[in-house]
Design a protein around this ligand. Structure first.
Ligand SMILES: [Zn+2]
Length: 228
Protein backbone atom coordinates (compact mmCIF):
# COMPACT_ATOMS: atom_id res chain seq x y z
CA UNK A 1 0.00 0.00 0.00
CA UNK A 2 2.80 2.35 1.03
CA UNK A 3 4.69 1.24 -2.06
CA UNK A 4 1.72 2.12 -4.27
CA UNK A 5 1.34 5.50 -2.67
CA UNK A 6 5.02 6.27 -3.18
CA UNK A 7 4.90 5.09 -6.77
CA UNK A 8 1.92 7.33 -7.40
CA UNK A 9 3.68 10.22 -5.72
CA UNK A 10 6.78 9.76 -7.90
CA UNK A 11 4.59 9.47 -10.98
CA UNK A 12 2.90 12.74 -10.05
CA UNK A 13 6.25 14.45 -9.49
CA UNK A 14 7.46 13.06 -12.82
CA UNK A 15 4.51 14.54 -14.69
CA UNK A 16 4.77 17.83 -12.85
CA UNK A 17 8.51 17.92 -13.54
CA UNK A 18 7.95 17.26 -17.23
CA UNK A 19 5.36 20.04 -17.40
CA UNK A 20 7.73 22.41 -15.64
CA UNK A 21 10.51 21.62 -18.11
CA UNK A 22 8.09 22.02 -21.03
CA UNK A 23 7.09 25.49 -19.83
CA UNK A 24 10.65 26.41 -18.96
CA UNK A 25 12.50 25.32 -22.07
CA UNK A 26 10.51 25.63 -25.30
CA UNK A 27 12.34 25.91 -28.62
CA UNK A 28 11.59 29.54 -29.38
CA UNK A 29 13.07 29.41 -32.88
CA UNK A 30 10.25 27.12 -34.04
CA UNK A 31 7.10 28.98 -35.19
CA UNK A 32 4.03 28.36 -33.07
CA UNK A 33 0.35 28.75 -33.91
CA UNK A 34 -1.77 31.56 -32.50
CA UNK A 35 -3.72 28.96 -30.53
CA UNK A 36 -0.54 27.57 -29.01
CA UNK A 37 0.60 31.09 -28.08
CA UNK A 38 -2.75 31.95 -26.51
CA UNK A 39 -2.94 28.67 -24.58
CA UNK A 40 0.56 29.35 -23.28
CA UNK A 41 -0.34 32.84 -22.07
CA UNK A 42 -3.57 31.68 -20.42
CA UNK A 43 -1.79 28.77 -18.71
CA UNK A 44 0.80 31.23 -17.40
CA UNK A 45 -1.94 33.53 -16.13
CA UNK A 46 -3.56 30.58 -14.34
CA UNK A 47 -0.24 29.84 -12.60
CA UNK A 48 0.16 33.52 -11.65
CA UNK A 49 -3.40 33.73 -10.35
CA UNK A 50 -2.91 30.56 -8.29
CA UNK A 51 0.30 31.91 -6.78
CA UNK A 52 2.33 29.18 -8.48
CA UNK A 53 4.44 30.98 -11.09
CA UNK A 54 7.38 29.17 -12.68
CA UNK A 55 9.24 32.40 -13.55
CA UNK A 56 10.51 30.80 -16.77
CA UNK A 57 13.40 32.06 -18.89
CA UNK A 58 14.90 34.61 -16.52
CA UNK A 59 18.33 33.10 -15.94
CA UNK A 60 21.56 34.43 -17.50
CA UNK A 61 21.64 31.49 -19.96
CA UNK A 62 18.10 32.39 -21.05
CA UNK A 63 18.81 35.99 -21.97
CA UNK A 64 22.14 35.03 -23.55
CA UNK A 65 20.30 32.49 -25.72
CA UNK A 66 18.08 35.20 -27.21
CA UNK A 67 20.73 37.91 -27.56
CA UNK A 68 21.25 37.31 -31.29
CA UNK A 69 17.61 36.90 -32.32
CA UNK A 70 14.14 37.12 -30.81
CA UNK A 71 11.16 34.83 -31.41
CA UNK A 72 8.29 36.27 -29.35
CA UNK A 73 5.04 34.36 -29.68
CA UNK A 74 2.69 37.28 -29.03
CA UNK A 75 2.38 41.04 -29.27
CA UNK A 76 0.62 42.48 -26.25
CA UNK A 77 -0.70 46.03 -26.36
CA UNK A 78 -1.61 47.03 -22.85
CA UNK A 79 -1.83 49.94 -20.42
CA UNK A 80 1.21 51.57 -18.81
CA UNK A 81 -0.42 50.99 -15.42
CA UNK A 82 2.19 49.76 -12.92
CA UNK A 83 -0.02 46.87 -11.88
CA UNK A 84 -0.35 45.40 -15.37
CA UNK A 85 3.05 43.86 -16.12
CA UNK A 86 2.57 41.25 -18.87
CA UNK A 87 5.65 39.13 -18.14
CA UNK A 88 4.52 38.83 -14.54
CA UNK A 89 0.81 38.19 -14.99
CA UNK A 90 1.33 35.72 -17.86
CA UNK A 91 4.31 34.12 -16.12
CA UNK A 92 6.54 34.32 -19.19
CA UNK A 93 10.18 35.29 -19.54
CA UNK A 94 12.76 37.03 -21.65
CA UNK A 95 12.02 36.81 -25.38
CA UNK A 96 8.47 35.51 -25.00
CA UNK A 97 6.28 38.55 -25.60
CA UNK A 98 6.66 41.76 -27.61
CA UNK A 99 5.03 44.41 -25.45
CA UNK A 100 3.68 47.85 -26.30
CA UNK A 101 2.47 49.84 -23.33
CA UNK A 102 0.52 53.07 -23.52
CA UNK A 103 -1.94 54.55 -21.03
CA UNK A 104 -5.43 53.31 -21.88
CA UNK A 105 -3.99 50.79 -24.39
CA UNK A 106 -4.96 53.17 -27.18
CA UNK A 107 -4.53 51.85 -30.71
CA UNK A 108 -6.90 53.40 -33.25
CA UNK A 109 -6.10 56.97 -32.22
CA UNK A 110 -2.43 56.32 -31.62
CA UNK A 111 0.23 57.44 -34.02
CA UNK A 112 2.87 55.66 -36.06
CA UNK A 113 4.97 54.77 -33.04
CA UNK A 114 2.34 52.39 -31.65
CA UNK A 115 0.95 51.16 -34.96
CA UNK A 116 4.40 50.73 -36.50
CA UNK A 117 5.58 48.76 -33.47
CA UNK A 118 2.70 46.30 -33.85
CA UNK A 119 3.33 46.00 -37.59
CA UNK A 120 7.05 45.42 -37.00
CA UNK A 121 6.32 42.49 -34.70
CA UNK A 122 4.00 40.92 -37.26
CA UNK A 123 6.04 41.64 -40.40
CA UNK A 124 9.57 41.12 -39.11
CA UNK A 125 9.17 38.76 -36.16
CA UNK A 126 6.28 36.68 -37.57
CA UNK A 127 4.33 36.91 -34.34
CA UNK A 128 1.13 34.84 -34.74
CA UNK A 129 -0.91 36.37 -31.91
CA UNK A 130 -1.87 39.95 -31.10
CA UNK A 131 -3.52 40.61 -27.75
CA UNK A 132 -5.14 43.90 -26.77
CA UNK A 133 -5.23 43.89 -22.99
CA UNK A 134 -7.24 46.34 -20.92
CA UNK A 135 -7.61 46.19 -17.16
CA UNK A 136 -10.09 46.90 -14.41
CA UNK A 137 -10.09 50.32 -12.78
CA UNK A 138 -8.07 51.87 -15.65
CA UNK A 139 -7.30 55.51 -14.86
CA UNK A 140 -7.21 56.61 -18.52
CA UNK A 141 -10.65 55.13 -19.20
CA UNK A 142 -11.95 56.48 -15.90
CA UNK A 143 -10.89 59.99 -16.92
CA UNK A 144 -12.63 59.59 -20.27
CA UNK A 145 -15.84 58.49 -18.51
CA UNK A 146 -15.66 61.45 -16.13
CA UNK A 147 -14.81 64.03 -18.77
CA UNK A 148 -16.90 62.74 -21.66
CA UNK A 149 -19.34 65.60 -21.52
CA UNK A 150 -17.16 68.09 -19.69
CA UNK A 151 -15.75 71.06 -21.49
CA UNK A 152 -12.96 71.53 -18.98
CA UNK A 153 -9.65 70.54 -20.50
CA UNK A 154 -7.28 68.29 -18.60
CA UNK A 155 -3.75 69.70 -18.18
CA UNK A 156 -0.91 69.21 -20.64
CA UNK A 157 -1.09 66.37 -23.11
CA UNK A 158 -3.34 64.33 -20.82
CA UNK A 159 -6.37 65.96 -22.43
CA UNK A 160 -5.45 64.75 -25.89
CA UNK A 161 -4.73 61.26 -24.59
CA UNK A 162 -8.03 60.97 -22.73
CA UNK A 163 -9.87 62.23 -25.84
CA UNK A 164 -8.60 59.15 -27.67
CA UNK A 165 -10.43 56.90 -25.19
CA UNK A 166 -13.72 58.79 -25.48
CA UNK A 167 -15.00 56.84 -28.53
CA UNK A 168 -15.05 53.70 -26.36
CA UNK A 169 -16.98 55.52 -23.64
CA UNK A 170 -19.47 56.90 -26.17
CA UNK A 171 -19.93 53.49 -27.82
CA UNK A 172 -20.68 51.80 -24.48
CA UNK A 173 -22.83 54.57 -23.01
CA UNK A 174 -26.17 52.78 -23.28
CA UNK A 175 -24.96 49.35 -22.17
CA UNK A 176 -26.41 47.99 -18.93
CA UNK A 177 -24.10 47.58 -15.93
CA UNK A 178 -21.09 49.50 -14.68
CA UNK A 179 -20.13 52.34 -17.08
CA UNK A 180 -16.40 52.08 -16.34
CA UNK A 181 -16.23 48.29 -16.84
CA UNK A 182 -18.26 48.63 -20.03
CA UNK A 183 -15.98 51.36 -21.38
CA UNK A 184 -12.85 49.32 -20.53
CA UNK A 185 -14.27 46.31 -22.38
CA UNK A 186 -15.42 48.46 -25.32
CA UNK A 187 -11.99 50.08 -25.55
CA UNK A 188 -10.46 46.62 -25.99
CA UNK A 189 -13.07 45.64 -28.58
CA UNK A 190 -12.44 48.83 -30.59
CA UNK A 191 -8.71 48.07 -30.53
CA UNK A 192 -9.25 44.50 -31.76
CA UNK A 193 -11.66 45.64 -34.48
CA UNK A 194 -9.32 48.37 -35.64
CA UNK A 195 -6.34 46.03 -35.93
CA UNK A 196 -8.34 43.35 -37.74
CA UNK A 197 -8.79 45.74 -40.68
CA UNK A 198 -5.56 47.63 -40.29
CA UNK A 199 -3.16 48.37 -43.11
CA UNK A 200 -1.30 46.28 -45.65
CA UNK A 201 0.56 44.14 -43.11
CA UNK A 202 -1.92 43.00 -40.46
CA UNK A 203 -5.31 42.84 -42.23
CA UNK A 204 -4.26 40.30 -44.92
CA UNK A 205 -2.67 38.03 -42.31
CA UNK A 206 -5.81 38.16 -40.17
CA UNK A 207 -7.88 37.32 -43.25
CA UNK A 208 -5.63 34.38 -44.20
CA UNK A 209 -5.66 33.10 -40.63
CA UNK A 210 -1.91 33.34 -40.05
CA UNK A 211 -2.43 36.03 -37.39
CA UNK A 212 -5.08 35.99 -34.70
CA UNK A 213 -6.16 39.03 -32.68
CA UNK A 214 -7.76 38.64 -29.27
CA UNK A 215 -8.90 41.04 -26.59
CA UNK A 216 -8.67 40.56 -22.86
CA UNK A 217 -9.34 42.39 -19.62
CA UNK A 218 -7.07 41.88 -16.64
CA UNK A 219 -8.77 42.01 -13.25
CA UNK A 220 -6.51 43.75 -10.73
CA UNK A 221 -8.37 42.15 -7.85
CA UNK A 222 -8.28 38.49 -8.93
CA UNK A 223 -5.17 38.44 -11.14
CA UNK A 224 -7.21 36.86 -13.90
CA UNK A 225 -7.28 37.70 -17.60
CA UNK A 226 -10.72 37.20 -19.18
CA UNK A 227 -10.98 37.15 -22.96
CA UNK A 228 -13.60 39.47 -24.43
ZN1 LIG B 1 -4.90 51.71 -17.38
Amino acid sequence: MLQMTRRRAWKAIGIAGALTRLAAEPDRSQPVSAKHALDDLLAGNARFKAGQPLHPRRRPEDFRATAAAQFPQAVIITCSDSRVAPEVLFDVGVGDVFIIRIAGNIIAGAGVTIKGSIEYAVAELNVPLIMVLGHSNCGAVKSAVQHLNDNDALPGSINGLVNLVKPAVAASKNQPGDPLSNAIRQNVILGVNFLSDFGPIIAPKVKSGSVKIVGGVYDLQTGSVALV
